[in-house]
Design a protein around this ligand. Structure first.
Ligand SMILES: N[C@@H](CCC(=O)N[C@@H](CS)C(=O)NCC(=O)O)C(=O)O
Length: 285
């Protein structure tokens, strides 16, 4: 991982900006193709929303191998849609001088043969507003509240776990971990009173779920977010398992790929590449 340039002078991890940020055009069968990893929380969001909205036939997907090598995400045997072996080839075909990380999720336009977007927060919102509004995961009257919630989730949890794990100073780590557990405590209170973050399933629940699914299996040990486990928060743990019971969530959650990806690929955090056997965790309800 070429994280060097994403570490600030005080040791904080500062995520690179997304390079391709065009909105997705209207659905055209066969035109847009998604690249995703089951390991990646930002990519799993799109996989969940694609299933919740029944968009599987409109938006094809290639799942990359969970283990990244020095050339990045790989599609063993070649990608059936473009023929390339590495996701990097699609980034370089779109912008020959591109020097950022080659990230999932991203969407390829098979007609113009270029990446349209790797803007992970936008992709789900585009699908929810431009491709299918049933069920409505981003209802008009809740949009401002969902945006505010998503912002809080990103800074307090989704990205904060990475800020803890990739920190290169004790102060940066301490600050990020405090934010993670303040946010979990706040969510615990909120979800003790309601089955979802709002009065129905929304985009925010999808964003929260993909971080919760990785919490005890990866972030607790690998990113040193070990003040408490998800399973020590009764309401949040029940909420995560309730969401997991829905096919769109369960079918896109692969704990084996999640664990192997983080522990084997992120050698800056885990140089031995050893994958822990635990935790023993029962996600059934
Ligand atoms: N687009 C964002 C978020 C997406 C993201 O971080 N995806 C990760 C996987 S979870 C990735 O593809 N990383 C590739 C790399 O670091 O080379 C970013 O640039 O950081």
């Amino acid at each position: 991982m070429r994280l060097g340039r994403e570490i600030a002078d005080d040791g904080r991890f500062v995520r690179q900006p997304n390079r391709f940020t065009e909105p997705l055009g209207p659905p055209e069968p066969g035109r847009y193709h998604l690249y995703a990893s089951y390991a990646c929380p930002w990519a799993q969001r799109v996989l969940i929303v694609r299933k919740l909205l029944g968009l599987e036939s409109l938006l094809g997907v290639t799942i990359v191998d969970p283990i990244r090598d020095e050339k990045g995400w790989r599609m063993p045997g070649g990608d059936p849609v473009t023929g390339v072996e590495y996701l990097a080839d699609l980034y370089l075909a779109t912008e020959p001088g591109y020097t950022g990380r080659h990230t999932v999720p991203c969407v390829w336009d098979t007609v113009e043969k270029r990446l349209v977007t790797n803007d992970f927060p936008r992709i789900t919102l585009d699908l929810e507003t431009r491709w299918n509004t049933t069920p409505d995961l981003y209802p008009e009257h809740l949009r401002a509240d969902i945006d505010a919630m998503n912002d809080r989730l990103y800074h307090g949890l989704n990205n904060a776990v990475y800020e803890a794990g990739f920190a290169r100073s004790q102060a940066a780590y301490d600050e990020a971990v405090a934010r993670v557990f303040d946010t979990l405590s706040w969510l615990e209170v909120r979800l003790a009173a309601s089955p979802y973050l709002f009065d129905r399933l929304t985009d925010s629940d999808v964003r929260l779920y993909t971080t919760l699914a990785r919490f005890d299996a990866v972030y607790y040990a690998h990113f040193k977010c070990s003040l408490r486990r998800l399973s020590d928060h009764p309401a949040l743990w029940a909420y995560a398992r309730r969401l997991h019971a829905m096919p769109a969530f369960a079918e896109t959650t692969d704990f084996d790929q999640i664990k192997r990806h983080y522990f084997i690929t992120q050698t800056n955090v885990n140089p031995s590449g050893i994958v822990p056997l635990g935790p023993e965790l029962d996600w059934s309800i």
